[in-house]
Design a protein around this ligand. Structure first.
Ligand SMILES: *[C@@H]1O[C@H](CO)[C@@H](O)[C@H](O)[C@H]1NC(C)=O
Ligand SMILES: *[C@@H]1O[C@H](CO)[C@@H](O)[C@H](O)[C@H]1NC(C)=O
Ligand SMILES: *[C@@H]1O[C@H](CO)[C@@H](O)[C@H](O)[C@H]1NC(C)=O
Ligand SMILES: *[C@@H]1O[C@H](CO)[C@@H](O)[C@H](O)[C@H]1NC(C)=O
Ligand SMILES: *[C@@H]1O[C@H](CO)[C@@H](O)[C@H](O)[C@H]1NC(C)=O
Ligand SMILES: *[C@@H]1O[C@H](CO)[C@@H](O)[C@H](O)[C@H]1NC(C)=O
Length: 940
């Protein structure tokens, strides 16, 4: 039962009942689903609505007894009256093709309005009435840590196989974490096999209250006690539906400020104007209004007063989430159970800390992984790869890691390399290592079945170990990916971890790589379902498929949902496929390298951040893609996967020198910084450009490398307490005039210190941005700006990004070099101090050997905190557990906001060398190479 492995942290799943229950499909109303293309422009809207109308009237008139009347009449029952549009909850979410008859047969209200085509696909025409018959509470009992209730319904919903009796368990897990779960008490159903972490503190006096309506339709309300704010409120929304393959629940939102629910492209703030989000992992380039690579049913909701809470639905089935203006949010999922966690905050940071406290804290990347990564698909040879490496070295570009895409492989076969075109790959990697650089290559999950038996171990051993996904009939399910026909490892199989380790380890004896890039793991398949299609049962073709899903069906570009994995059907486990590969890959790397490493995955699920990072997929070389990358990166901070970046300069299409330079400037502030290009586009590695562009790019890279100790510290915080690395501006400034910070999504922060305002359009020299109410300094000129919280023009000269430092910050910096390895060999630390108006500042430093496994857990690290008061900086060595041969010398201290020249500067009672610049009100202090591992006092 379940997957039990050794003591390593490679346990994908906890043992679970592997009893999976599915009702028989009796729903006969299939095949009428059409997926209207998302309505993007008024013209499209008009065209669509006209064709919709014609379609309805002309082609479907056999479905409509009275087509015209049906489209014009409205329901006249009193329980349908006066339901404001914003409070209409869709009763027919599986299609837009509804008729009055079908709608009313569901006991719902019919209120079409062909006169407002712009609202087509938004305000539902068929919605729940006030007296819709659903579940009622039969009994409700208090328990030691919450309560439990039995629910039942007496009438059937319109969905096949209602679960007529349900149990609700409410569990107060800690002051910060509330858990409630609605499930079938009589038949065990699929539950997500994710390793969860217990709450750290027992319940004392939580700030939440839970109430269950004892009379009338079932409802649950979660309230923040201290403010009376309702955080989760199902009353007044759509009824709870719990059928075998359709589960629906809605909640009123505390405000329209809702974020998360990925993976999607769009503004960071989710538009409550009837946004439909589909969650189902698919290989599709980032576009608005479609499902993408990852699956993250978590949202953050900022309450009116700046407090925030989070809600996580632990469910991995294909899901649609609809957000409407009430504001309210509806989940519609195709299986599993309702397993909710509410995180109380009250700050947004707290919410993410609490969420990652449940799903697992992010892994600590090695220091080198924070350097610059360079990649492209289509170097086509190791010689060309080497030329690119050499020319970027010659151009003095700070640069840590070279990657290869699928062209390094022998006929795209996993765990091989092309001995014709990449014959010198080993030498290339050796040369990278000799230069203190690293090498990462791509691996896909699909394993070729077309090789001569005995000639390809990844296939032969997989067969022997029985690790590949099976079809519904129990034969191997075969898809088509880059190498042709392939099978797919089942990451829930008890043999898979060893199997994957063996492949990775054998290949590393040929090519000593340093990390793994795992792509195509939604999983992607060039044929829908399999080479012979799918069996077409109610798993492949369920009664509810989210409208707008890529390809219009669950089988599109992936494996059949009816395929069998060890723990359950692919139908249930699809969303976790990439996650499972991350677990196996990181576990293999730890065993092989005995060092920290990276796994960068395209497909992700909650908990992925424990095992690796993410890049936002196959973007394009456009300004729009540059702009949307910021909300993409912020979203993954919410999802507990801080190591994230977009393909800098754009993956597909030709970039331009200006776009690429701007993107390198912005990318220097991605937690994961990789420039990646596709097969046919023009070269876009830094050295490919003219010398002026190269200068801009080199400056951006040097800036990142200078700031790396600070970035490393932010990763340490994320690893230890779950704070995001990149922070949306409202995390620091939750309250602002006109809720301005809640909408900012072009700008972002690094920790609490840096405000980054990228240029996002061509020829831009000033860009509109928000400067929160605080004291700010320009990082480069040190110019001070006392903001009252305003939208202002930010200078964005071509040469560099706009970077502001919050008054009150101290962060560590270091003299940059062309690799992190060289920086660490001669580590010249600096402190950047920006005084608040009251003359104070504070900050911290984390340091370890850079790639030792569990450096923090085993206490092999240094942690120093700094504070300034009354013209004196003082350090406290919180922990000194890592004594490096190079030491930790303090090279310089830069103090901003010093309005008059100091008489002298003293470090640990000795006079220090310094320079004061009146114009920028800055003191530059020579740190005298004092060791940061002893307390330091600097006075001026
Ligand atoms: C909602 O969207 C519709 C159609 O795009 C638009 O006409 C309407 O103005 C929007 N409403 C709000 C409040 O933004
Ligand atoms: C609540 O308690 C009553 C009486 O002890 C019992 O009959 C019922 O089954 C309990 N309900 C739940 C949900 O535990
Ligand atoms: C694991 O692999 C071994 C052979 O290596 C095989 O005998 C065994 O049946 C496999 N386990 C499962 C659960 O398939
Ligand atoms: C499963 O077996 C049935 C009956 O032999 C066959 O018709 C069907 O094509 C098979 N389906 C798959 C997906 O292998
Ligand atoms: C800010 O948002 C809150 C919550 O929705 C709303 O009540 C308030 O009116 C908004 N304030 C402004 C100035 O828009
Ligand atoms: C980089 O490190 C090397 C070796 O320590 C040193 O010689 C060189 O001056 C450094 N370069 C810069 C730009 O600091």
């Amino acid at each position: 039962m379940g997957l039990k492995t050794n003591e390593e942290k490679d346990v994908l799943v906890e043992p679970e009942d592997d009893v999976f229950y599915y009702g028989k499909c009796v729903w006969s109303c299939r095949g009428q689903r059409i997926s209207l293309i998302p309505i993007l422009t008024i013209i499209a809207i008009v065209i669509l609505s006209v064709s919709f109308f014609l379609y309805t009237v002309v082609f479907l008139d056999e479905l409509l007894s009275k087509p015209f009347n049906s489209a014009c009449e409205i329901s006249t029952q009193p329980q349908c009256d006066n339901i404001p549009e914003s409070q209409r909850f869709d009763c027919f979410p599986e299609t837009y093709l509804v008729t009055k008859e079908k709608c009313e047969a569901r006991g719902c209200c019919w209120w079409p309005f062909l006169s407002r085509p712009e609202m087509l696909g938004k305000v539902p025409w068929c919605f729940y009435s006030r007296d819709y018959q659903g579940y009622i509470v039969d009994s409700l009992n208090q328990t030691a840590t919450g309560m439990t209730a039995m629910l039942s319904r007496s009438t059937k919903s319109s969905w096949p196989n209602d679960i007529m009796t349900l149990q609700l368990d409410v569990n107060f897990e800690s002051n910060e974490r509330l858990h409630f779960k609605i499930y079938d008490p009589h038949n065990s159903r699929y539950e997500v096999p994710l390793k969860l972490f217990p709450a750290s503190e027992p319940v004392g006096a939580p700030d939440y209250d839970v109430s269950i309506a004892k009379q009338g339709p079932f409802s649950i309300t979660v309230t923040r006690k201290s403010t009376g704010q309702k955080l989760f409120e199902t009353a007044g929304t759509s009824p709870l539906i719990f059928a075998d393959q359709f589960i629906q629940i809605s909640t009123v939102l505390s405000s329209p400020f809702v974020y998360g629910l990925g993976e999607h492209r769009g503004s960071f703030l989710i538009d409550t104007n009837w946004t439909k989000l589909v969650l189902w992992n698919v290989d599709h380039p980032p576009e608005r209004n479609v499902n993408l690579y990852g699956f993250h049913p978590f949202y953050l909701n900022v309450e009116g007063d700046g407090k925030a809470h989070g809600v996580f639905l632990l469910n991995s089935n294909a899901m649609a989430v609809e957000v409407q203006p009430f504001p309210a949010l509806t989940y519609r999922t195709t299986g599993g159970i309702l397993d909710f966690y509410v995180f109380m905050g009250p700050s947004s940071d707290n919410v993410i800390q609490q969420y990652t406290g449940l799903i697992g804290r992010s892994f600590m990347p090695p220091f080198w992984a924070l350097g610059f990564h360079l990649c492209r698909w289509g170097y086509q040879s190791s010689e060309r790869t080497k030329e690119i490496i050499d020319r970027n070295r010659a151009a003095n570009m700070p640069y840590d890691t070279q990657w290869n895409d699928i062209d390094y492989m022998d006929r795209h076969l996993d765990w091989t390399y092309d001995h014709d075109h990449y014959s010198s790959l080993m030498e290339v990697v050796q040369d990278l290592h000799n230069h203190g650089q690293h090498y990462v290559m791509i691996v896909d999950p699909g394993i070729s079945i077309e090789q001569t038996p005995g000639s390809y171990q990844p296939y032969d051993e997989g067969i022997r170990d029985n690790v590949f996904v099976k079809d519904y009939n129990g034969s191997l399910i075969v898809g088509v990916v880059w190498p042709g026909k392939t099978v797919f490892p089942d990451w829930t199989h008890p043999n898979v971890s060893d199997y994957w380790f063996r492949q990775a380890s054998r290949f590393r004896q040929q090519i000593p790589y340093d990390g793994l890039w795992i792509d195509m793991n939604e999983p992607s398949n060039f044929v829908d379902g399999s080479t012979i299609g799918c069996i077409g049962n109610d798993l492949d073709d369920p009664p509810f498929v989210p409208v707008g899903i890529v390809g219009g069906k669950l089988t599109a570009k992936t494996l059949c949902p009816s395929a069998k994995q060890y723990l359950s059907y692919h139908y249930n486990l699809h969303a976790m496929y990439g996650y499972g590969e991350m677990v196996a890959s990181m576990s293999a790397l730890k065993k092989i390298l005995q060092k920290r490493s990276i796994v960068i995955s395209r497909s992700t699920f909650p908990g992925s951040g424990v095992h690796g990072g993410h890049w936002t997929g196959d973007n394009k070389a456009t300004w729009d893609d540059l702009m949307y990358s910021v909300s993409g990166i912020m979203n993954f901070q919410l999802f507990g996967i801080p190591l994230v970046g977009a393909d800098i300069c754009g993956f597909s299409g030709d970039t331009t020198p200006e776009l690429c330079a701007r993107w390198m400037q912005l990318g220097a502030f991605y937690p994961f910084m990789r420039n990646h290009n596709d097969l046919t586009a023009k070269d876009q590695d830094p050295a490919a450009f003219d010398s002026k562009t190269q200068d801009i790019i080199r400056e951006a890279l040097n800036l990142r490398y200078t700031l790396l100790p600070f970035l490393y510290y932010l990763f340490f915080r994320s690893h230890v307490d779950g704070s995001p690395v990149v922070r949306p501006v409202f995390f620091q400034y939750p309250v602002s005039d006109y809720n301005a910070t809640l909408t900012v999504d072009i700008q972002f922060m690094w920790g609490s210190c840096l405000l980054i305002t990228p240029a996002i359009s061509q020829d831009e020299t000033v860009g509109l941005g928000y400067l929160p109410k605080d004291t700010w300094y320009d990082f480069f000129t040190h110019e001070q700006n006392q903001s009252s919280g305003q939208w202002i023009n930010f200078d964005t000269p071509a040469e560099r990004i706009n970077l502001k430092v919050r008054g009150g910050s101290i962060f560590p910096v270091m003299e940059p070099n062309v690799t992190t390895t060289l920086m660490r060999k001669n580590p010249l630390f600096g402190l950047f101090v920006a005084l608040a108006t009251d003359g104070t500042a504070s900050g911290e430093l984390y340091w370890d050997d850079g790639d030792q496994l569990d450096a923090y857990e085993s206490g092999m690290y240094n942690h120093v905190s700094f504070s300034v008061q009354k013209n004196t900086l003082q350090s406290i060595v919180v922990k000194s557990g890592y004594i490096s041969p190079e030491g930790m010398p303090l090279n310089r201290v830069t103090v901003l906001g010093v309005s008059s020249a100091p008489q002298s500067v003293v470090i640990n009672k000795k006079k220090a060398n310094y320079r004061y610049d009146l114009g920028s009100q800055t003191i530059y202090i020579d740190g005298g190479k004092m060791s940061l591992l002893s307390p330091i006092t600097i006075g001026w």
